[in-house]
Design a binder for this molecule. Structure first.
Ligand SMILES: NC(=O)c1ccc[n+]([C@@H]2O[C@H](COP(=O)([O-])OP(=O)(O)OC[C@H]3O[C@@H](n4cnc5c(N)ncnc54)[C@H](O)[C@@H]3O)[C@@H](O)[C@H]2O)c1
Length: 703
């Protein structure tokens, strides 16, 4: 047939086998191979056709490297028509993950069987797309409108067992040999005179859909869309599956798919997809770096972060010892972990005995000598350099040679911490985000002397505990927190110039941030920033700077933990509510500073909050703190809930145009002063040469 698709007749059944490693993606060659095999089978002695794959999975999706390139024949719809119109039954035999276009191929078959471990799904929404080869039309026809909507708008795959219950597959094959089981299943179908069952022939009775169902679905999805436009279009496609005949529905699906594929939202989400994979690569690390074995880990400090970090390791079966100063603190730390797992059990997401297993992996001690045998230590004590240095000196004394010594510090200098030991090559930063067992990002901070194998092992262990790792060099706040400076500052400056907190936060939430900067401050605790500012000598002497943040802390309004900050919080629901006291204070403070309050639109709010963040990103790039601009995007999307549909701050800047960002920086510099608005030289250079951050990455071989 072709070098990626073969065909043979086994026991009167035509077997089409796809063999295109690693995941049998639907490249042009695979499409062509399937088409010619199915066409050839029409005229031979076979009684039915089984479509299966070699290797680790059934067709796992489209070949996304073909996106954005001119279409190459045959297109997927042509292949699906050939399957669907076959004169003999075509049976998909699924193992691994039949995703996206792969699952759509199986839906064009007349029957689907799968082994129990298989999964099927339509994850396109995660790339800002919708299933463009009939998925939105065929799934509701067999699984029902509601199930289809949930499946396609979530993008989450379902197990073979669930798929069987939903009618998405017809048989779970118990034979270990899927091909033999599928051939037997095909023979049984032929023997029983099973019809050529085409999903396209099913019509959905509109009366089975509750009135208002689609409007309600749209509203619900809009509330959590965060700038994504695909979910709404998926609703339109499923609506078309109910209201229109199949061919018209397919046309509608194609039309909306085409709109999405060329949309900036999907471009941004695809950028993040590739950026995530790229972030795992460290440019100058030899490929053959031998990893250290990590079989046991110690966490120093069982507070907010330590507990969450311990859970990350236990969750993947790695034993953890938690070290605390007093037995009381230790019991408190272990108690919080137990409570967190219990909540998961209550939600039905974890079985009681699994919880016991996980808790059995976490032990505690107050004696540092008990961690002499661990392979990795992660320190998560108070944010105090002297304390951290003392602890690392102690670790140097007790830990075995070759153990990796990491700090979860948010701001402190990893090189100074490393210098407190006689093995600085074994020291690095592993900066988790709160809550550590939930947030996906792990900033891996490379010290001056961090050894290659320490870095490579840490990236690998980060992946093992299901984090997205991004590499940073040492600087104050590393990539993420350093960039946050101007964002937080301007969110408060805007209050003095004319905004109220709800206006600032809703502008950024409308942009897609999970939470606006002021609400975020309330969540993190306004006292944290307040204390950090106390120790800084580099801040301009400006009464406008952080004025509200400072006043609120001095009034005892530390944010959510004290029930009030920029907002007040309903004690029952913990919902945030605008607070007239704060709003009045804001106006008074502007008056005291002789600032004439003015109307400020969303565009200005976004520019003033986001452009300083982007500008700092440019400095971080030229200083070599980040390897590439796409790593910065990863930090922001996975660590700071920046909307994936905007692609992270650097991709967003490329999208709005670096010249525009630079011009605005200059405009605000002239208005508000160079101490806050100093364009980064790299931003200026790229703006003047008409280049993007992505091009800059490429020119440096970073992408
Ligand atoms: N909380 C966050 O959102 C967050 C996010 C990322 C990083 N961090 C960083 O993580 C670190 C810990 O922060 P946290 O919020 O978990 O603090 P926390 O105050 O909740 O917990 C610190 C814990 O360390 C323990 N401790 C203090 N000295 C110790 C010692 N000598 N040996 C063992 N345990 C000791 C304390 O008893 C306390 O339980 C800090 O460096 C912080 O900057 C915090």
């Amino acid at each position: 047939m072709s070098d990626v698709v073969s065909y043979q007749i086994v026991d009167n059944i035509g077997v089409v086998s796809v063999n295109s490693p690693p995941v049998n993606a639907l490249s042009q060659k695979v499409r062509e191979g399937i088409l010619s095999a199915v066409t050839a089978a029409q005229g031979d002695a076979s009684e039915a056709i089984v479509l299966r794959c070699d290797g680790r999975t059934f067709i796992a999706g489209a070949d996304i490297t073909e996106f954005g390139k001119p279409p190459m024949a045959p297109g997927l719809p042509e292949v699906l028509s050939a399957i669907e119109n076959s004169s003999k039954p075509v049976i998909a035999a699924i193992h691994g993950t039949a995703l996206g276009g792969g699952f759509e191929v199986s839906l064009a078959c007349h029957y689907r069987c799968a082994i129990a471990s298989a999964k099927v799904g339509l994850p396109e929404v995660k790339l800002g797309l919708l299933p463009g080869a009939g998925g939105t039309q065929r799934v509701p026809r067999i699984a029902g409108v509601k199930a289809a909507l949930d499946m396609i708008t979530s993008g989450n795959p379902v197990s073979a067992k669930t798929a069987l219950g939903m009618g998405l597959i017809d048989e779970v094959i118990s034979n270990d040999d899927l091909q033999a089981g599928a051939v037997q299943y095909a023979k049984d179908l032929v023997a029983s005179g099973a019809p050529l069952r085409r999903i396209r022939d099913i019509t959905i009775d509109p009366a089975t859909v509750e009135p208002g169902f689609f409007d309600a679905a749209r509203k619900k999805l809009a509330a959590r869309a965060r700038g994504a436009i695909a979910p709404d279009k998926i609703v339109s496609c499923i609506e078309a599956a109910v209201e229109l005949p199949m061919d018209k529905g397919l046309e509608r699906e194609r039309e909306l798919f085409t709109e999405l594929v060329t949309s900036p939202e999907s471009a941004a989400m695809r950028h993040i997809f590739f950026a995530e994979r790229l972030a795992a690569k460290i440019k100058d690390l030899p490929k053959d770096t031998v990893l250290r074995d990590i079989k046991k880990v110690a966490i120093i400090g069982g507070g907010t972060m330590g507990g969450g970090i311990a859970m990350c390791f236990a969750n993947v079966g790695i034993p953890v010892v938690m070290v605390e100063v007093t037995d009381e603190a230790l019991q408190r730390g272990l108690g919080i972990i137990k409570k967190n797992y219990s909540i998961t059990v209550q939600k039905g997401k974890l079985a009681e005995d699994q919880m016991e297993g996980l808790l059995g992996l976490i032990s505690g001690t107050t004696d540092y000598n008990d961690i002499a045998d661990v392979d990795m230590v992660i320190e998560a004590v108070y944010e105090n350099l002297e304390l951290k240095k003392q602890i690392f000196a102690k670790l140097d004394g007790v830990c075995k040679q070759g153990a990796i010594l990491a700090s979860n510090t948010s701001y402190q200098d990893i090189d100074q911490i490393a210098a407190a030991t006689k093995r600085p090559q074994d020291v690095l930063g592993l900066h988790f985000f709160s809550p550590a067992n939930v947030m996906k990002l792990l900033e891996v901070v490379r010290g001056e002397k961090t050894a290659d194998d320490v870095l490579a092992t840490s990236m690998a262990i980060g992946k093992k505990i299901q984090k997205v790792c991004a590499l940073s060099r040492v600087c104050y706040g590393f990539i993420g927190n350093r960039m946050l400076g101007g964002y937080g500052r301007e969110s408060q400056m805007l209050l003095m110039d004319g905004c109220l907190p709800t206006q600032v936060d809703s502008a950024l939430e409308g942009f897609g941030m999970a939470m606006g900067p002021l609400a975020m401050g309330d969540l993190a605790g306004l006292d944290v920033g307040y204390k950090a500012r106390q120790g800084r000598t580099d801040l301009p002497d400006d009464p406008k700077l952080y004025r509200m943040g400072t006043l609120l802390v001095e009034m005892g309004r530390h944010g959510q933990k004290t029930g009030a900050g920029f907002y007040k919080y309903d004690p029952e629901t913990r919902r945030r509510l605008a607070d007239p006291i704060v709003e009045g204070m804001i106006v008074d403070e502007s008056n005291k500073l002789d600032i004439e309050r003015r109307e400020i639109d969303n565009e200005e709010i976004l520019a003033r909050c986001l452009y300083p963040l982007i500008n700092e990103g440019a400095l971080i790039l030229e200083e070599g703190i980040a390897q590439r601009s796409s790593d910065i995007d990863i930090v922001y999307v996975f660590g700071y809930a920046f909307p994936a549909a905007k692609g992270g701050p650097m991709h967003y800047a490329d999208h709005v145009g670096l010249k525009h960002v630079y011009d605005k920086m200059c405009e605000y510099r002239d208005l508000y002063g160079e101490q806050y608005w100093k364009p980064a030289p790299l931003l200026k250079e790229l703006a003047e040469s008409g280049k993007t951050f992505a091009q800059w990455d490429k020119e440096r071989g970073a992408s």
